[in-house]
Write a protein that binds this ligand. Structure first.
Ligand code: CA
Length: 225
């Protein structure tokens, strides 16, 4: 396998390189976040071993950027912090698995094999829930034979809900994904936009697809659960 290792601690980076090469893999090392992102974007790797705490750009931001640009290279995250929230955040942003430092090299190899076997997650050409169809390439949305015209913000909200169809998307992740990390967008703004999307997607007489999960967020699904 061609493995990209993004790790700023030189000793750890060298250990990883040496160990992986002994296993027959070829390794490219990046010692800071921006360099790591640039390499991941410019070469096709079979897997990326990505440290969380990095100078330049942290591992979460790198994973998020790669996934946002449809790069599906399997990512194994490394972290010295063992806070579960961090890891959940990492996995939500697109990492495939994570390891808490210190770890044994055998465990790393096993996890790396597992994430790379899973391979890139294929991106469907269309997203579909019941008769609601969204084409990410053309950004066209249709409900049955009816075309749904959405503004940019409305589209982004609907695309995210459709990508996670059947699962609850928290208000925080919707706001963060659509308006960005440090936006001062309030919850009521989100609700107002969701209302606009709903008015266009769930027209009277059609099956309701966008559901409110009180106190948590929203969920797009076909069947009432
Ligand atoms: Ca580090």
């Amino acid at each position: 396998m061609q493995v990209l290792v993004v790790e700023d601690e030189r000793r750890m980076a060298e250990l990883l390189r040496q160990g992986l090469e002994e296993e027959g893999h070829s390794v490219i090392l990046a010692m800071d976040g921006k360099e790591g992102l640039a390499m991941a974007e410019s070469h096709a790797f079979d897997a990326i071993v990505l440290d969380v705490m990095l100078p330049g750009m942290d591992g979460f931001s790198i994973a998020k950027k790669l996934r946002a640009s449809r790069n599906q290279t399997p990512i194994l995250m490394l972290t010295a912090r063992d806070a579960t929230e961090d890891m959940v955040a990492g996995l939500n942003l697109g990492a495939d698995d994570y390891l808490v430092k210190p770890f044994s090299f055998d465990v790393l190899l096993a996890r790396l094999r597992a994430v790379s076997r899973r391979g890139p997650i294929p991106q469907p050409v269309h997203l579909q829930v019941q008769d609601l169809l969204l084409n990410p390439a053309s950004r066209e949305v249709a409900r049955g034979s009816r075309r749904v015209a959405l503004t940019r913000t409305e589209y982004s909200l609907l695309e995210l809900l459709m990508r996670r169809a059947g699962r609850v998307v928290t208000r925080e992740s919707l706001i963060e994904a659509v308006w960005g990390f440090d936006s001062d967008v309030r919850s009521n703004t989100l609700d107002a936009f969701i209302r606009l999307v709903r008015d266009k997607v769930d027209v009277a007489g059609e099956q309701k697809l966008i559901h409110t999960v009180r106190g948590v967020g929203y969920c797009l699904r076909g069947e009432q659960v």
